[in-house]
Design a protein around this ligand. Sequence first.
Ligand SMILES: *Cc1c(COP(=O)(O)O)cnc(C)c1O
Length: 332
Amino acid sequence: MHKTDDFERVELGFFPTPLEPLTRLGESLGIQLDIKRDDYTGFGGGGNKVRKLEYLMADAVRQGINVIITTGGHQSNHARMVAAAARKFGMKPVLVLRGNSPESYQGNLLLDKLFGAELEFLDPDGYFTQIADAMQAHADAATARGEKALIIPLGGATPLGALGYVRAVEELDAQLKARGQQPPDVIVAPTGSGGTLAGLYVGARQYWPQTKIVGISVSAKAQWFQERISAMAQDCADLLQWPQSWSPEDIWIEDGFVGAAYGVPSEGGIEAIYRVAQAEGVLLDPVYTGKAMHGLISLVQEGKIQPNSRVIFVHCGGSPALYPFAQKLLER
Ligand SMILES: *Cc1c(COP(=O)(O)O)cnc(C)c1O
């Protein structure tokens, strides 16, 4: 059996991130609610990808990589944090983004520019068939120049990246123990590429076997995530040599809160952003955490999360995406 500390890691973020009660919101919902502030991981504007990148960048440094290539949507927080991480280690970031060439560079796109990332835009229609080749073409071009390239998959969702969220469970466990508190009944987090959920599941099975974890989909159907996340959790547990076995039924995904599509703000998500901002002074975002909070609120109202449960909401970051959606947010 390995420990998360047995794997090489670079220090990028500020840890532990705060764990704080959302007393007013929790009381209004009839649950005991805490928020894990992974929007405050700090590095490169912060967010959940920093935990994954501590492992992924250690691997890049060890390999002597010069060019880091990754992908995401226009307002990809992941792509922005990869760009920052590449720069920190003297590497060149290349981002192949899903979407047409934008009219203006706002939010994460602006930050991508500040980090000096090379940007390529792929038409959304052909994206899923073209993305692997498009990233490989950048890698081949780097190789032809005598440089060494590494492709980081969408969301940094690899078994190694997921270790970052096994570590997050260890961090939460220490925070709760210091307060003399038991593990939570439920953890709620948004799910986009599935890496965060996979790590949380592996960590929770090891340390908190009674805790339920629910992923609120911001994109695909539940079944797709259940298959993907159980496979990733299996690979992550195998990497750690932890005796766990995973199947799709082990993974709880709610897919009713996506709205029209990934990256398109939903009415319920926008309501949740306003509610949390005005109950707690905490900013969520329209692509991930607003939709996830909409899910949490609805699950409590439907009784799928029981009254008086002890719930931790994982704030995965994303507030740079508030600004490009200003118009949409103000239409309410
Ligand atoms: C990437 C991201 C997520 C989703 O995490 P995955 O590990 O990709 O599932 C959630 N919230 C924010 C703000 C993100 O940037």
